[in-house]
Design a protein. Structure first.
Length: 392
């Protein structure tokens, strides 16, 4: 087990009708004017925005609205949000939505606080010195951004999708009512479940040893999400299943499942380029490339993959050698993806990149030769291109 720091300052308000507490929470954290940041029309049609605005009004807190966030949130809207915050004098950012909305709000907070283009941080040219306070009313269980130190933004200039991590952006509070996820399309629910699982799997596939407690937490979380993802496919209005998945999403990406380990994150980096070029759903993209990544790297530590197969995927321990178990575990995970209608290849994802596009994806992924990715197996641009090719 490696040395680690575990820091999760976000206050969680979980359960039915919890969004009605938003006004008092915002006021408690000192807000005088709030930018309410959201995505499309669903927040309006569902009445959620009206309930939040009423809660703010009751608390005596003024607000301004900015919608339009899309999956793979755009830098251009971040710039628009910065202008609006400055014009209106807002001092608090309230994200109403899922990870894309929260990430966009975090980027706005970085830009305004540091008085610069936040792309400087996402492109690794500078480090933020702070962030306007951010909070979230979560409507999608997936990204875990409501409790994480990370955010991801897409720059339309070159369609580069990049992430930035800093404790400055951690949400002050996260309001989580599982009922708000009832109306999600099945594809989005399933994609969210894959994203949640991948946040833990990126940490689980490590070379560190003597991590029994962290391993057990990871394994329980993965089994829980898989079990409830299948329930939600049949009954999207099962409150208990929604609650389990929503809470798993937060715990999967707040650092808990990586205590004492060194994470990999290659699958995320590989998928980010797919999202940037083809604008695919993040979780679905992860499902499409994970099997190819796993087969490419598994011989680096076959025992780890065998442990995953037995403890998470339920492959009998007597079902062959460690190498056999590892391969069966990978196949079993792909079978799970298929069971919730998630893709296991780029073709199933609906994209067919050319050889030239694969080369471009790989070059962008390794910052045109300036970095490698992954820790379970360190990958260069040639490795990444091979994984894309195997994912076809």
């Amino acid at each position: 087990m490696t040395n680690f720091e575990y820091y999760t300052p976000t206050r969680v308000v979980f359960g039915k009708d919890s969004e009605k507490k938003t006004g008092e929470l915002v006021k408690e954290y000192g807000a005088t004017k709030v930018l309410i940041h959201y995505g499309g029309e669903s927040a309006k049609k569902s009445g959620l925005l009206d309930r939040i605005c009423a809660s703010l009004e009751e608390a005596g807190v003024s607000y301004v609205l900015l919608g339009g966030v899309v999956p793979n949130p755009r830098l251009s809207l971040v710039h628009k949000g910065m202008e609006l915050v400055r014009k209106e004098g807002a001092d608090f950012l309230l994200a109403v939505g899922g990870g894309s909305v929260i990430d966009s709000a975090k980027a706005i907070g970085y830009g305004v606080y540091n008085n610069c283009d936040p792309w400087l941080f996402y492109s690794k040219q500078a480090q933020a010195k702070g962030c306007l306070p951010v909070a979230a009313v979560l409507t999608i269980a997936a990204a875990g951004s409501e409790m994480s130190d990370s955010s991801v933004i897409t720059n339309e200039d070159g369609w580069l999708k990049r992430g930035y991590n800093s404790n400055y952006c951690r949400c002050k509070f996260a309001v989580m009512n599982p009922e708000l996820t009832y109306t999600l399309p099945p594809y989005q629910t399933a994609s969210g479940c894959v994203d949640i699982m991948m946040h833990t799997m990126e940490r689980y596939f490590t070379h560190e040893t003597h991590t029994e407690l962290t391993d057990g937490i990871c394994e329980a979380l993965l089994r829980t999400v898989m079990h409830n993802a299948r329930i939600l496919k049949e009954n999207p209005f099962d409150y208990d299943a929604r609650a389990e998945v929503m809470w798993a999403g937060s715990l999967s990406h707040n650092g808990l499942t990586g205590c004492g380990t060194v994470g990999d994150w290659a699958s995320h980096q590989i998928e980010h380029e797919l999202g940037g070029m083809f604008d695919v759903a993040h979780g679905a993209g992860l499902a499409a490339i994970w099997g190819s990544w796993a087969r490419y790297v598994c011989e680096e530590n076959t025992d780890r993959f065998a442990q995953f197969a037995v403890r998470v995927m339920g492959v009998p321990e007597t079902d062959g050698s460690a190498k056999d178990l590892a391969q069966k575990g990978i196949c079993a995970m792909e079978d799970f993806y298929r069971s919730i209608d998630m893709p296991t290849s780029l073709a199933e994802l609906g994209i067919h990149p050319t050889d030239a596009q694969i080369q471009e994806l790989a070059e962008k992924c390794v910052f045109f030769g300036k970095r490698t990715i992954g820790n379970f197996k360190v990958l260069n641009g040639e490795d990444v291109a091979k994984i894309y090719q195997k994912s076809r």
